[in-house]
Write a protein that binds this ligand. Structure first.
Ligand code: MEV
Length: 439
């Protein structure tokens, strides 16, 4: 792209494609064909996708898979996962199967509180602001009654509004720190609408507050926005079994349990390891969050902040061995929705929720936490026994063969061959060349 473009969003889709192909790609004809080839043949479905965002040119496919055999609180689930990384679904399925005959996964919702804040500047007498806030609070609630009505009917709404003084950090900085119950909705729109109304009411009422000086009446609202840090929208998932049941072909049970525990403890104290440890957890969490149409960026941001809540970045999972019982668990904040957003729009998201038996937001929190725990179990198990490359490269084999242009027949032969041989880029290339030279 050599020159800026004016009014790009106003162009038709065909014009946008032409412009991008001509101005930004090496081979405009092929680029245009590619963008069009990825369109959905069903015009309605394509239109739906086009309208999710601005400037849509095509679709970007990711695999939609399931990991079956998850026993969660006595219910069996096949968990939908959307992810590109080769080994993730296989690892989740393996962990699900491992825990299936050991009682499965047990979960507990520890809280469902969402948070939003109005950030404002008030440079005046703090006592006067406190007195003002006492009269303001019912007026704030009243001002959002049209927004909260339906949510309240279903048992949700605004939990608390608190005035917070942070003027020691930034001159005049205060907040309305608000907490919400948004039931089966992730709640971003509900929360932000309430907050923007709070901000307006705050400004208007301050102007009319007789005890304020002219300067105090002039409250400056900086911004009103939900927080993706939701430490009290929290779920716990756990597995446990007698150590003897951890026996695998790779390692004796007792040694495995001790090594596993040590690996988790390393992730507790060592941030370099904790980040990768938690990345493995997010492989499971993000895949389900994405498949169910939830906002994985919000979840990622909130989860990592939670992992650092004690002042240093640490593991989200814990393990212990007590009286011969191995227990492994996760505590993770998850603000999820099963209504609103993409959940009733994206056809595959609807299907994912159907596969999960139309869960409530709380049920989805349980399922997602389990996916994270299972993924972490599978990763740490591989790491402390065989190492991850063996399984990972096996799963990556098809990607490599596709990249090398192998035919279906060659792929079949080589998948068979590599059941007993080590997969590396060089060994795959060599084996493929050998087959091809024999033709
Ligand atoms: C790879 O995507 C994830 C792992 O690195 C996680 C871990 O190290 O625990 C295998």
């Amino acid at each position: 792209m050599k020159t800026p473009v004016e009014g790009f969003s106003k162009l038709s889709k065909a014009e946008k494609i032409d412009w991008i192909a001509q101005n930004c790609t090496e081979d405009p004809k092929t680029s245009k064909q590619l963008l069009e080839r990825y369109w959905n043949t069903d015009h309605q479905v394509q239109k739906l996708h086009d309208e999710f965002i601005e400037n849509t040119l095509s679709n970007y496919y990711l695999p939609f898979a399931v990991a079956p055999n998850f026993l969660i609180d006595g219910e069996l689930y096949a968990i939908p996962m959307t992810i590109e990384e080769s080994s993730v679904v296989a690892a989740a399925s393996k962990a699900a199967k491992f825990w299936l005959d050991k009682g499965g996964f047990k979960t507990e919702i520890l809280g469902t509180e969402k948070v939003g804040q109005v950030h404002f500047i008030y440079k005046g007498d703090p006592k006067k602001l406190t007195v003002f806030f006492a009269t303001l609070k019912p007026e704030l609630l009243q001002s959002v009654s049209a927004i909260t009505q339906n949510m309240e009917k279903r048992g949700g709404g605004i939990n608390h509004i608190e005035l917070r003084d942070l003027s020691d950090k930034i001159e005049g900085y205060h907040q309305l720190h608000c907490t919400f119950e948004t039931l089966d909705a992730m709640g971003a729109n509900f929360i932000n609408s309430c907050l923007e109304q709070f901000a307006q009411t705050l400004k208007e009422k301050a102007k009319l507050h007789a005890a304020f000086s002219e300067e105090e009446k002039n409250i400056e609202v900086v911004m009103s926005i939900l927080s993706n840090y939701v430490p009290h929208c929290l779920v716990k998932a756990e597995v446990s079994c007698p150590i003897a049941q951890l026996e695998t072909k790779d390692m004796p049970a007792e040694e495995f349990a001790q090594k596993f525990l040590r690996a988790v403890n390393i992730a507790k104290v060592e941030p370099y390891r904790a980040v990768t440890h938690n990345k493995g957890i997010m492989n499971g969490i993000d895949a389900v969050v994405l498949a169910t149409g939830n906002d994985f960026r919000a979840v990622e941001a909130g989860v990592h902040a939670y992992a650092a809540k004690e002042g240093h970045y640490s593991s989200l999972t814990y393990a212990k061995i007590e009286d011969g019982i191995f227990t492994f668990w996760i505590e993770v904040p998850l603000a999820l929705g099963t209504v609103g957003g993409l959940t009733s729009l994206h056809p595959l998201v609807k299907l994912a929720l159907d596969i999960l038996q139309k869960p409530s937001a709380k049920e989805l929190m349980r399922i997602v936490a389990v996916a994270g725990l299972a993924q972490n179990f599978a990763a740490v198990r591989s790491l402390v026994t065989t190492g991850i490359q063996k399984g990972h490269m096996k799963m990556h084999l098809l990607n490599m063969l596709n990249q090398m242009g192998a035919s279906e027949n060659e792929k079949q032969q080589l998948v068979e061959h590599f059941k007993n041989h080590t997969v590396t880029n060089a060994s795959v290339k060599e084996a493929l060349e050998k087959i091809q030279s024999q033709k």
